[in-house]
Design a protein around this ligand. Structure first.
Ligand SMILES: [Zn+2]
Length: 185
């Protein structure tokens, strides 16, 4: 049984998710921690809950979702997992950071590429990888069928959908994917 803890990080107000099970294993999705105190907040929750981070995942690689990749990877010795089509966005993110006046140092480790249908196991719990491009070219979502929840990144918001005016965005593709993947008319 997975529990979900969310954080809101950086001036962009990005949602970072931490999923953990009864064995205290956890995975970290889209660490958007930008300021040192945000890194400390994430680390404090993990330490105080005695969690053992097992995976670092990105739904997509707009800068606000990748600020904390380097910190998380180095602190818990994790390899970043993402869709291959997000790699150019990841590479571009520090340049984008300069444009937004939010400089940061990118993750520089190895990559594990995810694709539709991949199953991510955390102990006995499963997440299915769903591809939902449009907001970004290789956007993926993590669906927990057993508990009926989805970590949808920037595809869906409360009563809204993701913006498509950023590099690699495509509005029609996003709408098509939301209709087909999430069954919303
Ligand atoms: Zn985004």
């Amino acid at each position: 049984m997975l529990k979900v803890k969310s954080f809101v990080f950086s001036p962009i107000q990005e949602n970072t998710y931490l999923l953990y099970n009864e064995f205290n294993e956890c995975l970290i999705i889209d660490p958007g921690c930008y300021f040192p105190e945000e890194n400390d907040e994430l680390k404090a929750f993990i330490t105080q809950s005695s969690l053992k981070p097992r995976m670092l995942l990105n739904t997509h690689c707009h800068l606000d979702h990748v600020f904390g990749n380097k910190f998380v990877a180095e602190t818990w010795e994790l390899t970043l997992q993402l869709h291959e089509k997000e790699k150019p966005l990841l590479d571009y993110a520090p340049t984008s950071g300069l444009m937004y006046n939010m400089p940061f140092v990118n993750y520089a480790g190895k990559y594990i590429y995810l694709k539709a249908g991949d199953i991510i196991m955390l102990g006995e719990d499963e997440l299915t990888v769903i591809e939902a491009p449009g907001h970004s070219p290789g956007h993926i979502c993590f669906y927990c069928e057993k508990q009926h929840f989805i970590i949808s990144g920037d595809v869906l918001f409360n009563r809204s959908i993701g913006r498509t005016d950023l590099p690699g965005g495509d509005h029609e593709t996003l709408l098509k994917n939301i209709r087909e993947t999430f069954c919303i008319a």
